[in-house]
Design a protein. Structure first.
Length: 172
């Protein structure tokens, strides 16, 4: 079947089999390999992308279901050559180890901060609850997202971002 969708603000059209999963379309057809396919059961959450501004596990969505919709992957986070604050936070606060779950964690974090600019540690953990990181204890992931939240708040206020006390509290 013929499908057309916008992926990271670029329109793509392709002939696909109706059973092709969105994760496979993104990785195999488009060559965007930042999103990972990890478990075959939709339990790990390593494949999270946005479908029309909502995080979805792309292993549970057929590519045909995304026809006519907007998809955003981790490759679409940076804008104008600048890393998204979430990407910067993961770098600054060591929010990754092996990196397999990181792209999906970043996509969920970006969605969370777009909908809740000042989430608590508990709210961050709840937002990430459908995603598994086998390497970390999630502490640095939570710190990374708080770092991004604080720096975005500082940017909105016109002040330089600080690695403040609330980031340290977020770990607890």
């Amino acid at each position: 079947m013929q499908i057309t969708m916008s992926v990271n603000d670029t329109e793509y059209s392709a002939e696909v089999e109706p059973r092709l999963l969105l994760i496979h379309f993104i990785r195999d057809n488009l060559g965007l390999t930042g999103s990972h396919w990890g478990c075959d059961t939709s339990n790990c959450g390593a494949c999270v992308v946005w479908l029309d501004e909502t995080p979805v596990k792309s292993c549970t969505v057929f590519a045909a279901m995304a026809d006519g919709h907007r998809v955003r992957t981790v490759e679409g986070l940076e804008r104008g050559g600048e890393l998204d604050p979430v990407q910067q936070g993961f770098t600054e606060c060591h929010g990754l180890q092996c990196g397999f779950c990181t792209p999906a964690m970043m996509m969920t974090a970006r969605w969370l901060l777009d909908n809740n600019p000042d989430p608590s540690a508990g709210e961050i953990r709840e937002a990430l609850s459908g995603q598994i990181c086998r390497c970390t204890g999630y502490e640095n992931i939570v710190r990374s997202i708080r770092w991004a939240a604080e720096h975005e708040a500082a940017d909105r206020a016109g002040a330089p971002g600080e690695f403040g006390d609330s980031v340290q509290e977020a770990a607890g």
